[in-house]
Design a binder for this molecule. Structure first.
Ligand code: GDP
Length: 365
């Protein structure tokens, strides 16, 4: 999974991104841990992995990871090519979701590019750039489909949809806020890979004293929540400065530090949880003497496609999956015991994976 971090200058993007790359030592054993300075790899905390690794005496644990891309430079005028604008817009096209950092902290030492703290204005500034970029794409598409629709009447419905999206964008509204009549219409709109259909998580960057009540007493967070609700997006509250301070602490010290601030988990952990929620992701697990590992899939994925996450050969040659629910496995104490109790099921191609399924694939090579 790949998330892109956007936001106006001076809202705390780099501070948040640094906190991710500072913690990178943890993720260093990833083969694809890139040296690209704009990409940070963050591991997804999952306590189940530790217990599974114990049961299977695994040599190592490989958690799921999320890649974060720092898309700094998306500024007012980006869609017109300001500040390398188009290059940044193309980076957004490649991500699964957008983390939009919004300044909700007042600090006279930190200049705001537009002179005052106003998260809704900031959000709209960035979103408008994405809207402009989408409009360009739509206009080209409408011109092309329009020509073909003259000869092929079956394309009229597509034309109507394209026009409906264009009308929405022209009001400055993101396409993700739109509702469609049928799953087919929705799929068509998704196939356009517009920037404003990407799921968004708004990261409300607050002062540390606003962390304990999750931003409730912060004068700006409520407005961001309301804005997000209207377009079906999620919000999470963090203090980027604190994230940076705790990034290289070990787990124990981190917990203690956060407890003193009155919060249970770090902003990064909340960000990870919120992105799983937003994207409808779950994890299935594999465990053996070599490694215990988490694999990220979209909720609703069937067994062969889930197997394909590990290797395309697994998907092509899929025969069956031996599946035991994590809780059942832990309760029975071992794989052998789980089998004796009939808790290990043999599932076929139509099986839909659940979060926490511990899986062994059978496949033809
Ligand atoms: P970017 O331009 O969005 O990448 O913003 P930066 O991460 O460089 O932050 C801009 C300034 O705001 C820096 O001086 C940061 O130290 C400061 N800053 C970032 N996050 C916070 C925060 O949570 N609280 C306060 N008080 N300052 C912050």
């Amino acid at each position: 999974m790949k998330l892109g971090i956007v936001g106006l200058p001076n809202v705390g993007k780099s501070t948040l991104f640094n906190s991710m790359t500072l913690g990178k030592a943890e993720a260093a054993n990833y083969p694809f841990c890139t040296i690209d300075p704009n990409v940070g790899v963050v591991t997804v905390p999952d306590e189940r992995l530790t217990k599974l690794a114990e049961i299977h005496a695994s040599a190592k644990i490989v958690p799921a990871v999320i890649e974060f891309v720092d898309i700094a430079g998306l500024v007012r005028g980006a869609s017109k090519g300001e500040g390398l604008g188009n290059k940044f817009l193309s980076h957004i096209r490649e991500v699964d979701a957008i983390v939009h950092v919004v300044r909700c902290f007042e600090d006279t030492n930190v200049i705001h590019v537009d002179g005052s703290v106003d998260p809704i204005r900031d959000i709209e500034t960035i979103n408008l750039e994405l809207v402009f970029s989408d409009l360009e794409i739509l206009e080209r598409r409408i011109a092309k489909t329009g020509k073909m629709a003259k000869a092929d009447k079956s394309l009229q419905h597509e034309m109507d949809l394209l026009q409906k999206i264009k009308d929405t964008l022209e009001q400055g509204i993101s396409a993700r806020a739109m509702e469609f009549d049928t799953p087919e219409d929705k799929a068509f709109v998704e196939s356009l890979t517009l920037l404003t259909t990407k799921p968004v998580l708004y990261a409300a960057n607050v002062l540390e004293e606003h962390l304990a009540d999750d931003g409730t007493t912060n004068p700006f967070v409520g407005k961001v929540r309301e804005y997000a609700k209207n377009e079906g997006s999620e919000v999470f509250v963090l203090c980027a400065k604190i994230e940076e301070e705790i990034a290289d602490l070990d787990e124990g010290d981190k917990k203690e530090f956060l407890a003193e601030l009155g919060v249970a988990s770090s902003g990064l952990d909340r960000l990870i949880a919120a992105s799983y929620q937003l994207l409808g992701l779950i994890s299935y697990l594999t465990a053996g003497p070599q490694e215990t590992r988490a694999w990220t899939i979209v909720n609703g994925t069937k067994a062969p496609q889930a197997a394909g996450k590990i290797h395309s050969d697994f998907e092509r040659g899929f025969i069956r999956a031996e599946v035991v629910a994590y809780d059942d496995l832990i309760r029975s104490g071992s794989n052998t015991a789980a089998k004796e109790q009939g808790l290990v099921r043999s599932e076929g191609k139509e099986y839909v994976f659940k979060d926490g399924d511990v899986v062994l694939f059978r496949f033809n090579v």
